[in-house]
Ligand binder design. Structure first.
Ligand SMILES: *[C@@H]1O[C@H](CO)[C@@H](O)[C@H](O)[C@H]1NC(C)=O
Ligand SMILES: *[C@@H]1O[C@H](CO)[C@@H](O)[C@H](O)[C@H]1NC(C)=O
Ligand SMILES: *[C@@H]1O[C@H](CO)[C@@H](O)[C@H](O)[C@H]1NC(C)=O
Ligand SMILES: *[C@@H]1O[C@H](CO)[C@@H](O)[C@H](O)[C@H]1NC(C)=O
Ligand SMILES: *[C@@H]1O[C@H](CO)[C@@H](O)[C@H](O)[C@H]1NC(C)=O
Ligand SMILES: *[C@@H]1O[C@H](CO)[C@@H](O)[C@H](O)[C@H]1NC(C)=O
Length: 423
């Protein structure tokens, strides 16, 4: 059983006035899409590397290359080491393909009547899918969208999109429009990137056939005319312009468009103002507390984004260091690109601010990410934390490791973000 003890504590003032209900128009609606944890084998260090590449983070060369740590999978590490990509040493749960894994949750959609499995990504704003224009041998194991088999496809001749997450992670090519169906809601004329080049690191991940960006329009990369983001497009047909995420670590979660479901959370939904100018779901988060320690404030008002397309929580180095200082046996391992600790260690809660007035507490038992190897001295299992460093990036990134602990509402009004404890 999942015991969720996430608590929200009022730091200062009281809650704001409850907003007036939205008038329901008959043609408007809400809908749900399943968010399935795509596998249990997303490799933490690889997820960290993927996130670093996505946000252009150059990891600093810190930490120890521990002699007595034997990782269960070896990957080219972002941090410092020269290790080459090798076949996994242990078979079983960890497959080679999942080594490149990043986001944990995938959902079904149809484009032009063709079913695909995509990642909903609040950290980007393009829609793009693996398609039949890509070299056949590069898309083995993938489900590819075929524009020629769709009766509703229209080429946007002259338009291009180009998402670059760094040298080894990119997708670019032409753009067309087609009809997307998500959870029974049909969006016609949606601009869809049809890459002719995609990094193999992305294509190797056969669990996801593409990305549906749920960030703001300003991050959309289509040229010469930037396209309205998918979320802003569908907002017009929703009861309320909201996306509610109830992701769970051990089952089928849900993205729900158009409604806030009061039966899915307890207590109050606490809201923070979102600064959408950079295209991200970015809010202020200056305070934090490790376990029952004292409430601390970052030196600079720290911006934080909520990103469903990232697996881990990437926080400021000081927070990460203070957190693992409270975990018995924790150490930073270069060979794991992050903090590891004996799996038997108890993890403290971590509270981080949601806006200037509220704290969200992530229960310690949800902070463990996975077992990543063995202590060769003691034979003990070694675990990898869901919290790792943002390596000096000017914002913190709250990925699925955070989102799984809460009911989270992405609200285009304001815009704002709301967080509550799930039931
Ligand atoms: C937060 O926003 C939601 C809508 O997203 C609203 O229903 C709720 O009342 C707000 N909560 C507070 C405390 O203002
Ligand atoms: C392995 O266990 C020894 C003995 O407890 C400890 O000193 C060492 O730091 C551990 N190494 C790792 C990688 O956990
Ligand atoms: C769209 O048009 C461009 C330019 O004519 C062409 O290169 C591309 O292959 C077309 N895309 C599709 C999916 O037909
Ligand atoms: C895509 O964008 C990157 C970075 O902005 C640039 O270096 C690259 O040349 C672009 N690729 C194409 C095909 O336009
Ligand atoms: C923190 O405080 C709570 C409630 O007072 C208590 O149940 C818990 O054991 C404390 N945790 C630690 C690590 O001291
Ligand atoms: C974590 O927080 C919950 C709720 O505030 C509390 O009941 C629990 O004792 C805390 N756990 C630890 C290890 O402090």
């Amino acid at each position: 059983m999942r015991i969720l003890q996430s608590a929200l504590i009022v730091l200062g003032f009281g809650y704001g006035v409850v907003s007036a209900p939205t008038l329901k128009q008959p043609e408007r609606r809400s809908f749900k899409v399943e968010a399935v944890r795509r596998s249990n084998s997303i490799y933490g260090p690889a997820a960290l590397r993927k996130a670093y590449v996505k946000y252009g983070i150059v990891a600093s060369d810190i930490g120890l290359d521990l002699d007595d740590f034997e990782p269960s999978v070896k990957v080219a590490a972002a941090v410092g080491t020269e290790s080459k990509v090798e076949e996994p040493e242990l078979t079983g749960a960890v497959s080679a393909k999942s080594v490149e894994g990043d986001a944990s949750f995938v959902s079904p959609i149809t484009i032009g009547g063709q079913q695909l499995t995509v990642t909903f990504d609040t950290g980007s704003s393009d829609v793009w899918v693996v398609n039949t224009q890509l070299p056949k041998d590069s898309i083995e194991g993938q489900t590819a969208y075929s524009p020629t088999k769709s009766t509703t496809f229209k080429n946007m001749t002259g338009s291009t999109f180009n998402i670059t997450y760094g040298d080894d992670s990119y997708a670019y090519g032409g753009v067309g429009t087609d009809t997307i169906n998500v959870g029974g809601v049909t969006v016609t004329g949606q601009a869809i990137g049809l890459p002719t080049a995609v990094a193999s690191s992305i294509l190797d991940d056969t669990h996801s056939n593409g990305l549906v960006g749920l960030g703001f329009t300003s991050l959309n990369t289509v040229k010469p005319t930037q396209q309205k983001s998918f979320f802003e497009t569908i907002a017009d047909v929703l009861d309320e312009p909201v996306l509610s995420a109830s992701l769970v670590s051990d089952g089928v979660g849900q993205y729900e468009f158009g409604t806030v479901d009061k039966s899915k959370y307890k207590g109050n939904l606490v809201n923070a103002t979102v600064d959408s100018s950079g295209g991200f779901w970015k809010f202020e988060s200056s305070y934090y507390r490790v376990g029952n320690g004292t409430l601390k404030k970052h030196d600079d008002a720290t911006s934080t984004i909520a990103d469903t397309g990232t697996s881990l929580m990437l926080l400021e180095q000081t927070v990460v260091d203070e957190y693992y200082a409270e975990v018995k046996g924790a150490q930073f391992a270069t060979s794991a690109s992050g903090y590891i600790y004996p799996c038997s260690a108890e993890l403290p809660n971590l509270s981080i601010a949601i806006g200037p007035q509220h704290l969200a507490t992530i229960p310690g038992d949800l902070i463990n990410f996975q077992e990543v190897g063995t202590n060769t001295t003691t034979g003990e299992a070694v675990c990898y934390g869901g919290i790792q460093s943002n390596s000096g990036l000017d914002m913190q990134i709250l990925g699925d490791a955070f989102l799984k602990a809460f009911y989270v509402v992405f609200d285009l009004r304001g815009p704002s973000i709301g967080v509550a404890s799930p039931v």
